[in-house]
Ligand binder design. Sequence first.
Ligand SMILES: C[S@@+](CC[C@H](N)C(=O)[O-])C[C@H]1O[C@@H](n2cnc3c(N)ncnc32)[C@H](O)[C@@H]1O
Length: 262
Amino acid sequence: MLESSSVLLFIVFLLLFILLLFVVLIRRNVTASLLWNEIIREKITNFIMNQSKEERILNFVLQNAVRGDPCSVLEAIDKYCSQKEWSMNVGSEKGLILDKVVEEVSPSVALELGTYCGYSGVRIARLLKAGARLLTVEFNPAFAAVAKQVFEFAGVQDKVKLIEGPSDEIIPQLKKKYEVDTVDFVFLDHWKDRYKPDTILLQECNLLRKGSVLLADNVIIPGAPEFLNYVRNNSHFQCTNYPAHLEYMKASDAMEKAVFLG
Ligand SMILES: C[S@@+](CC[C@H](N)C(=O)[O-])C[C@H]1O[C@@H](n2cnc3c(N)ncnc32)[C@H](O)[C@@H]1O
């Protein structure tokens, strides 16, 4: 009897120890934290609430932001994702770098690869001059549906063309189907292994002009080494690195600006 109760006690302590170890790991290690937030916690919450995280972000925007006020939409998304559920928007810190580059370039035609919920799309669109437009590409229909509502609520829908489909299929269609001559600014923020091939595709499709600016997010986490290697060792590009932190976290990340020299 005594022996079986001490075995039980041992198992309880062992489980508590593993739990403690897990909590410490989540707090200190960015990969463990992302794994916990993006996979385990998110799936459990989705199951309990019968709703996706992106729908919860949208609901928070609808309830807390002001219709027609893009800044209030950005604030609401940042608040939700820093306090409630981590999410892969560019975020407020790197968002300021994005703002600065967009303001410098003052694009007539901007292209975004990776729309997600429309956070960076709203950031870019709110800075566009009259008559300028943003084309943003997203291959996940559920994310695109959320982004569409976010753009409408923020009041930037007239400046934004949301294109559903994979970037490697959409880029070759830009000239004919979307009447793009060249793009002035490209925000690369889709899956990181597509940064390099899509940059080459933009060049092959003659969509870059002398002075076109590419800005790539997450070049440290998750990282885009092939893209960095390509643009940094290429006489057609002039690069600048902007160190920052991963959205809503303390881990180091960076953005890379690559100006096409023609
Ligand atoms: C990091 S999120 C974009 C975040 C968004 N730019 C923001 O800051 O608010 C990446 C998005 O790219 C989309 N995506 C990934 N690869 C893609 C591809 N090849 N074509 C189109 N969309 C893609 C994903 O579905 C996801 O929604």
